[in-house]
Design a protein around this ligand. Structure first.
Ligand SMILES: NC(=O)c1ccc[n+]([C@@H]2O[C@H](COP(=O)([O-])OP(=O)(O)OC[C@H]3O[C@@H](n4cnc5c(N)ncnc54)[C@H](O)[C@@H]3O)[C@@H](O)[C@H]2O)c1
Length: 228
């Protein structure tokens, strides 16, 4: 499957390398040209067991590429993961400017259906803001009818065990809407995550806001929808 990961930092790089390792064609976008240049040379800017090997092997095999080219990144992946940083702002709440800038870039360049998956840690309601940002930029291009779905897929990996956590997850949380586009997006994600659910279904499907809620809270038992 063709995948784009926006943000080649800690979460983005682990996500991208692990998805490439199971055979996907992954495009990693970052706006930091120096980071992109060193990743192309196989230099991972932080230590994470097993990650550098995955990056070098998959980059060498042509399944993982690094770029600053926003238009090409949007053109590449049917699935667009947003994995940019969300530092606390002055009031302590997550600063969404990078998430929304990534969403605007998608709206500015998309030319067909996209599944937009937010992996950054964000407050409840962020998917709605992402949706609005994409709609607004599409409208500026006169493309109000272009369809997309926004999903929430919060990341729980632990530094020091991130590759292992991704390849053998305890759980995958996926928030999708129940409308037609949301159901289609869910089936795309089910296919994408199938290799990580091989021996046991690890995915908890829920609505988008509930998934966003889990990104800052432990999953309460009442939100645990049986995997289906
Ligand atoms: N680090 C962790 O252990 C961890 C674990 C779980 C969740 N998270 C969450 O995941 C998110 C990402 O965290 P991280 O640690 O990977 O951040 P990071 O700072 O390591 O990486 C973010 C990257 O995004 C790039 N970027 C910013 N705006 C961009 C844009 N518009 N287009 C393309 N690239 C852009 C930056 O240049 C940077 O390289 C945060 O919300 C964080 O809270 C982090």
């Amino acid at each position: 499957m063709k995948i784009t990961v926006i943000g080649s930092g800690y979460v983005g790089l682990v996500t991208a390398a692990c998805l490439a390792e199971v055979g996907n064609d992954v495009f990693c976008l970052d706006l930091d040209a120096r980071k992109v240049a060193s990743l192309r040379e196989g230099q991972v800017p932080f230590h994470e067991p097993g990650l550098a090997d995955l990056v070098v092997r998959n980059h060498g095999a042509g399944r993982l590429r690094f770029s600053t080219d926003v238009a090409a990144s949007v053109a590449h992946g049917e699935v667009q993961f947003i994995a940019v940083h969300t530092p606390p702002g002055e009031d302590g709440a997550a600063d969404l400017q990078h998430v929304l800038a990534a969403a605007e870039n998608i709206g500015r360049h998309m030319d067909g259906f996209r599944v937009v998956v937010n992996k950054s840690t964000v407050p409840v309601g962020t998917a709605g803001k992402v949706r609005q940002a994409i709609r607004r930029t599409l409208a500026e291009r006169g493309l109000e009818d272009l369809e997309f779905a926004v999903l929430s897929n919060p990341e729980f990996l632990k530094e020091g065990a991130a590759v292992d956590d991704f390849m053998r997850p305890d759980r995958i949380v996926l928030g999708c809407e129940g409308d037609m586009l949301g159901r289609h997006a869910k089936s795309v994600m089910r296919m994408l995550y199938a290799p990580f659910n091989r021996h046991h279904e690890r995915t908890f499907y829920m609505d988008v806001r509930s998934a966003e809620f889990t990104s800052t809270q432990p999953i309460p038992c009442w939100l645990r929808v049986s995997p289906s």
